[in-house]
Design a binder for this molecule. Sequence first.
Ligand code: FES
Length: 215
Amino acid sequence: MHIFVHWNKSDAPKVLQYTCSANRQLLNIEGRKMASVPQEESNAAGTTAGRRSFVLALFALSGAAVAVLLSVPLVRFTIFPLREKETDTTWSDVGPIQELSSITAPVSKTITFEHRDAWETASHQTAVYVLPPKAGRVSVLSPVCPHLGCAVRWVSEHNEFLCPCHGGSFTATGERIAGPPPRSMDSLETKVEDGILKVRYQYFRQMIPQKEVLA
Ligand code: FES
């Protein structure tokens, strides 16, 4: 609809006439027909409105595309530690497999491993327990107590692993016997390369009955 307003300096503005878009007629303020609006003028108004909508839609689409492009680095930055956690696999040497295959009781070995904490990588040393082979396969246990994380010790006189903090005890193969630990000792992933037993050292969530990798 188009509205024509008369403006006189000494008077208030008055609506004199308007066009009715339904039947393209020019009407005066009482609603009487004054003239028909030419078809071209009506079409031109429609074309202008259509062009304006198209430009607005184009702007909206461009804005959305730019927003998506800008959000990609942000999302990658946010999930970086999670992605790294999945691919963070460092293997540590434990010792010659030939030597370790002949042990008859758990043996403590010190390993060096790299731990990646978000964006930092640090080198650590820790003890792990190598168990006597079963069916020709050597396994390795984490020394971290699954209760509250104290270092579990092998006590050969008792033929048990004992935790000094709250009295948790485990069999020679790491099965839970007694005390507050909610599960058995955690086994670590191993492999043999060039005659060397290697272990993938990981941390596990404490205080829960199932084994769950933390890093
Ligand atoms: S930390 Fe080992 S029993 Fe509590």
